[in-house]
Design a protein around this ligand. Structure first.
Ligand code: HPA
Length: 253
């Protein structure tokens, strides 16, 4: 079953025909909110807003372990994560959509692994390619089929937040090879890998990163609502396009 984790601008998935909502308790505490169950394009799907339904949980306080655990325990095998970003690469502009292929992690102090117990053998998951390539390709194909322009590939830098970066920090991220910057991509991606779930991301660009383009002097989010509203329409279409590309339980099954 496909699960969608919504970020800023996606606290509800309008195409999801919700059949129920469930409070899930996990060994790691509470997820960001109740899980919404339903059908998307006739297939079973799950939805969870990462920042809560009231958009009140900041990136560093999201209980990523509980979120991924809850989705897995409800039968999700694949996750499409929606997370907005600032564009570092010069050709990325607000409103663009990136389907990233790599991650660099600059976060700290987050509970970032399930393999943490004293009674467990030491486990190192492979994370060479942090996103599931099949799911990533499906998102790219979905975009092509819908005539939606996307950037196929991008290096995502996960920063701690909740503050935005300094211009010098963005310069450093760019020297490191980052093309977009966001605050929630990690440890979400690695936790999905630890639970053997396919995970891919859609990164809508909401602003030029600090010190770049329109953010040369400061990052102003006045147009944020407008940009998010418009871009999330395309994001929903991308997600819906992925549904028929892989096996799922249809309503009539
Ligand atoms: N930096 C970090 N996270 C973000 C940004 C940004 O510029 N824009 C949206 N999420």
């Amino acid at each position: 079953m496909l699960a969608i984790i919504g970020g800023s601008g996606l606290t509800e998935l309008s195409g999801l025909d919700v059949s129920g909502r469930k409070v899930i308790r996990t060994p790691y505490g509470e997820p960001s909110g109740v899980l919404s169950f339903g059908r998307l394009k006739g297939c079973e799907a799950l939805f969870l807003p990462r920042h809560g339904y009231a958009h009140s949980i900041p990136p560093h306080r999201v209980n990523y372990r509980a979120n991924i655990w809850a989705l897995k325990s409800c039968g999700a095998t694949r996750i499409v994560s929606v997370a907005s970003v600032g564009g570092i690469r010069a050709d990325l502009n607000p409103g663009d959509i990136v389907i990233p292929h790599q991650i660099m992690d600059y976060t700290w102090g987050r509970k970032h692994t399930y393999f943490d117990g004293n009674d467990m053998s030491v486990t190192h998951v492979d994370f060479t390619h942090p996103y599931d390539e099949i799911l990533r390709r499906q998102l790219v194909l979905s975009a092509a089929a819908a005539g939606i322009s996307i950037q196929d590939g991008g290096v995502y830098a996960a920063t701690q937040g909740p503050r935005l970066e300094t211009a010098a920090e963005i310069d450093r991220l760019e020297r490191d090879g980052a093309e977009v910057v966001g605050m929630t991509g990690m440890p979400e991606a690695v936790l999905a890998r630890e639970l053997d779930m396919a995970y891919a991301a859609i990164n809508p660009v909401t602003n030029h990163a600090a010190g770049r383009g329109q953010s040369a002097e400061n990052i102003h989010f006045e147009r944020l609502g407008e940009i998010l509203r418009e871009v999330m329409g395309r994001v929903r279409t991308l997600i819906e396009g992925v549904i028929p590309m892989s096996c799922c339980r249809r309503a009539e099954d």
